[in-house]
Design a protein around this ligand. Structure first.
Ligand code: NAD
Ligand code: MG
Length: 400
């Protein structure tokens, strides 16, 4: 049983896939956690339903029009939830004195500012929003360390690595190298196109790209999984979180998605975390850490796992992975450029403006164009992110 005092939780990105899984775990532990604040971008109806169910003190809509709609709905329902609007309100709520735990589950670079605010305010951060780490990892980890914040990765692979890596549990050690680690074995399902003939990739549809064989997720990360840019972002994420060089991260295709990643040590031991493909497992681990709490997931029947396969990825099939390796070796400019270009291209693919192959092609072109940019501060990184979005949009066909 969970014995600590009740913790108040703020979920940034509450209407998304991670938000939903987080609320499901929290609902199972009403004596341990309360929902203090929820945020979303523009889906006022879904936020209204969540407010009725979880009765948070605050509901923040990034979009001002959506906030006005939500306010109307809540006023009619005589709800006590206060509505706030805009990205400044996201930062405010992430740093609020009454909040203990932040679940950072906004998709894309839009999550950076609120995640930084939570780190600066010394919160316990459960980080799903990998993009903020990829673009500003050094600054985010510094803010975590300097303000005695705590960061637990929710990304299933990094949560698995964290679970297999006791040194990373020590306060202030996250992001620092550990000489006893030889390699990180970062597993990947291979996505929906692991076996699709390469000469048909230009006809991949949005629905096909969003239909992940193992995980149910938001649309952006689903497309990233199909291109394997997701694994590329995760490679950079692993380097930052666990202080390893890109060459120490081996991507391993593991189609069953049972082993969520492994850590190989210098003595030859390999530690792995296994489990079903259900984000409630890493979320419950993060919420309860250092204790374990129930996640609501059904126990996995080890006898039903007929086979576990592991193979190296094929770079012809997944050029995005090589782009990420290049970005990881640069560490400063290219991860931000790659992420921004990818966000713009994935959005263009989802809106049927470019085909599947063009995503990695355009990202590569923008990385080549902008590789000599320089950054010396977080402010520069935000400017670089904006510039890379403009540069990318120049490669897209005109809006119809
Ligand atoms: P999603 O699209 O389902 O949800 C995204 C959430 O972010 C929504 O609540 C949306 O309202 C909010 N949002 C979107 N744009 C916003 C903006 N501009 N300002 C403020 N809020 C905004 O996405 P998801 O699948 O839940 O993923 C969220 C994050 O978690 C991503 O960074 C993703 O890479 C990461 N992640 C997700 C999974 C998964 O299983 N879904 C696994 C690992 C990591
Ligand atoms: Mg992942």
């Amino acid at each position: 049983m969970y014995k600590s005092e009740k913790k108040s939780v703020c979920i940034l990105g509450a209407t998304g896939s991670i938000g939903e899984s987080s609320l499901s775990v929290i609902s199972k532990h009403p004596d341990a956690f309360s929902v203090y604040a929820l945020s979303a971008n523009e889906n006022a109806d879904k936020m209204f339903a969540l407010c009725k169910q979880y009765k948070p003190e605050f509901a923040v809509m990034a979009d001002a029009d959506a906030a006005a709609v939500l306010q109307d709905l809540l006023t009619h329902a005589m709800s006590g939830t206060q509505v706030l609007a805009g990205s400044g309100a996201l930062d405010q709520i992430a740093a609020h004195d009454d909040v203990d735990i932040i679940i950072a589950a906004i998709v894309g670079a839009a999550g950076l500012s609120s995640t930084m605010a939570a780190a600066t305010a010394g919160k316990k951060i459960l980080l799903a929003n990998k993009e903020s780490l990829v673009i500003a990892g050094q600054y985010l980890l510094e803010a975590v360390r300097n303000n005695n914040a705590e960061l637990i990765p929710l990304d299933s692979e990094h949560n698995a690595i964290f679970q297999c890596h006791p040194v990373a549990h020590q306060a202030r050690r996250l992001g620092q190298a550990d000489a006893s680690v030889r390699k990180i074995l970062l597993t990947a399902s291979g996505g929906p196109f692991l076996h699709r003939p390469l000469d048909t990739f230009d006809t991949i549809t949005v629905d096909q790209a969003c239909a992940h064989p193992r995980w149910s997720m938001g649309r952006k990360i689903s497309v990233d999984s199909a291109t394997m840019m997701n694994k590329g972002l995760e490679l950079i994420e692993a380097c930052l979180l666990f202080g390893v060089a890109p060459e120490q991260v081996q991507v391993v295709i593991h189609p069953q998605s049972i082993v969520h990643s492994m850590v190989e040590y210098i003595d030859g031991s390999i530690l792995a975390q296994l489990g079903s493909t259900d984000m409630r497992i890493p979320i419950s681990y993060g919420l309860g850490f250092p204790q374990r709490i129930s996640s609501g997931t059904q126990a996995m029947d080890i006898f039903k796992i007929a086979q576990l396969d592991f193979m190296p990825p094929c770079s012809d099939r997944f050029p995005a992975l090589e782009l990420a390796r290049l970005a990881a070796s640069d560490a400063k400019v290219l991860p931000t450029v790659m992420n921004a270009a990818n966000e713009v291209c994935v959005d263009a693919f989802l809106h049927k403006r470019i085909n599947f192959l063009q995503v990695a092609q355009i990202v590569k072109t923008v990385m080549q164009e902008m590789r000599s940019a320089s950054v010396a501060s977080l402010h520069d990184i935000l400017d670089l992110d904006a510039d890379a979005r403009v540069a990318t949009s120049k490669h897209l066909p005109a809006n119809i």
